[in-house]
Design a protein around this ligand. Structure first.
Ligand code: FES
Length: 105
């Protein structure tokens, strides 16, 4: 599905992401700055933090327990925060929009 990554400086990065791949993988494979993913998607580093756009929050859902604890460590955490390695592309998420935190730039 289609994913739009919005950087804090206003740049938009558009990616076609295969179902089953994570939003983090979409960013890393396409060299999008702002998602470092130091742990490689193990839900252990919180450097893949994104803010899900308001209109997509219901479809994406809430963080899991371990993810929630990690997000506590992330600067700029808010109600729309998710770790992008834990968001898996599916047909329901085609068109997804996420914002990348300024602190990860
Ligand atoms: Fe490390 Fe997502 S890549 S928590």
């Amino acid at each position: 599905g289609h994913v739009t990554y919005l950087a804090h400086d206003g740049r938009a990065y558009e990616v076609e992401l295969e179902d089953g791949l994570s939003v983090m993988e979409g960013a890393v494979r396409n060299g999008i700055p702002g998602i470092d993913a130091d742990c490689g998607g193990m839900c252990a580093c919180a450097t893949c933090h994104v803010h899900v756009a308001d209109e997509w929050r219901a479809a994406v859902g809430n963080p899991g327990e371990q993810e929630d604890e990690l997000l506590e460590l992330a600067p700029e955490r808010d109600d729309a925060s998710r770790l992008s390695c834990q968001i898996v592309m599916s047909p329901q998420l085609d068109g997804l929009v996420v914002h990348m935190p300024e602190s990860q730039h």
